[in-house]
Design a protein around this ligand. Structure first.
Ligand code: PMP
Length: 354
């Protein structure tokens, strides 16, 4: 009888949202962008040289990293890129969370954080959000081995003001503080913590091309910090898998940064739809949390939320429902195109009046 099963690293994995094949489905369940990527990206993909597929990619992803550094006005050695921000976040957990003290993150936040903590055997402690789903910053003044804050938070959509985030960073100088800004481009101008990376050596800001740049399928994410943090991160990356980003992701990702006008326009369209749709939901009796993202978190105490979720699904509209404590009467609804949101409202009304 062999005993290899005694030594398995058993994990309870993260559950990604469904990716249905049927094109007729209105897909509002994974916070994808309803608009296509910039035409410059489409052109780059069409003209992509076959020769680049034959060769290994540039392990340093220099073209993408140089362009990101230029875009953010920092040095190349302050940028780290990965296969979506999930890859970047996983690498950050592995590199910097290596203490006996627990890392801290909110009880309601991106559900991948506890999964990485379990996978890498990092002790962690969740800090409850208040009854309005907001972070109480003084809760983070306890001994810890690191802190992760999604800002704006997911799945709530709520933005924590920059001075509060700064207070968490400045009162924890002995811990790496990761600020996950996956949705920050949908928040008002000036909301990001990126301009604090030269001020605090313990701050790492993480971004993604998946939401505001419509490139979830290409898998591009990055981190910005000081050169020392980026060096440690690269040391771990090159000890695990040196070729993370593929050549197409490096080329097309880099080009997407060049189309600022398209980027601004699609974000503005999504924010306009979000605000209009939030009002419509409120008008039909939903509580809608103030969102600074490309999704809404909305609940209605008078209905069975899971029934509504299933009703929408049966009508080919996919949204996200988390059957978890405190949030099981909310739906997370990605902002789609205007006509998709109109159809959704129509179906919700139909459910409410049936
Ligand atoms: N952070 C948050 C808060 C997210 O919601 C997501 C999307 N699931 C990610 C990171 C990861 O996104 P990606 O890997 O596509 O960059």
């Amino acid at each position: 009888m062999s005993n290899w099963k005694d030594n398995i690293r058993i994990v309870d994995p993260y559950t990604p949202g469904e990716q249905p094949k049927d094109k007729n489905i209105i897909k509002l369940n994974t916070n994808e962008n309803p608009y296509p990527p910039s035409p410059l990206v489409e052109m780059t993909i069409k003209n992509f040289s076959e020769d680049l597929n034959r060769r290994y990619p540039d392990a340093t992803a220099d073209k993408l990293i140089s362009n990101l550094a230029k875009y953010h006005g920092c040095d190349k050695n302050q940028v780290f890129a990965g296969v979506g921000s999930d890859d970047v976040l996983g690498m950050l957990f592995l590199t910097f969370f290596n203490s006996d003290k627990p890392i801290l993150f909110p009880d309601i936040t991106y559900s991948f954080y506890p999964v990485w903590a379990e996978l890498f055997k990092i002790p962690y402690q969740t800090i409850p959000l208040n009854s309005s789903f907001e972070i109480n910053i003084s809760d983070y003044n306890i001994p810890n081995g690191g802190i992760v804050i999604a800002n704006p938070n997911a799945p709530t959509g709520i933005y924590l003001d920059k001075s509060s985030v700064e207070e968490i960073i400045s009162s924890n100088p002995d811990s790496i503080v990761i600020v996950d800004e996956a949705y920050i481009d949908f928040a008002p101008e000036g909301s990001s913590c990126i301009d604090l990376i030269d001020k605090y050596d313990n701050l790492v800001v993480v971004r993604t091309f998946s939401k505001s740049r419509s490139l979830a399928g290409l898998r591009v994410g990055y981190a910005l910090s000081n050169p020392e943090v980026i060096k440690y991160l690269n040391d771990v990356k090159y000890s695990y898998n040196s070729y993370t980003l593929n050549s197409l992701a490096i080329e097309a990702g880099s080009v997407s940064i060049d189309d600022e006008a398209y980027f601004r326009k699609t974000i503005a369209d999504i924010v306009n739809t979000r605000e209009r749709f939030a009002k419509e939901l409120e008008n039909i009796g939903f509580d809608v949390l103030k969102s600074s993202t490309n999704f809404l978190f909305a609940g209605n105490k008078n209905i069975n939320t899971e029934d509504l979720f299933n009703y929408l699904k049966a009508n080919n509209i996919y949204v996200r429902y988390f059957k978890s404590p405190r949030i099981d009467n909310f739906l997370r609804i990605t902002i789609g195109k205007e006509e998709e949101m109109e159809r959704l409202i129509e179906k919700i009304n139909e459910f409410l009046t049936q």
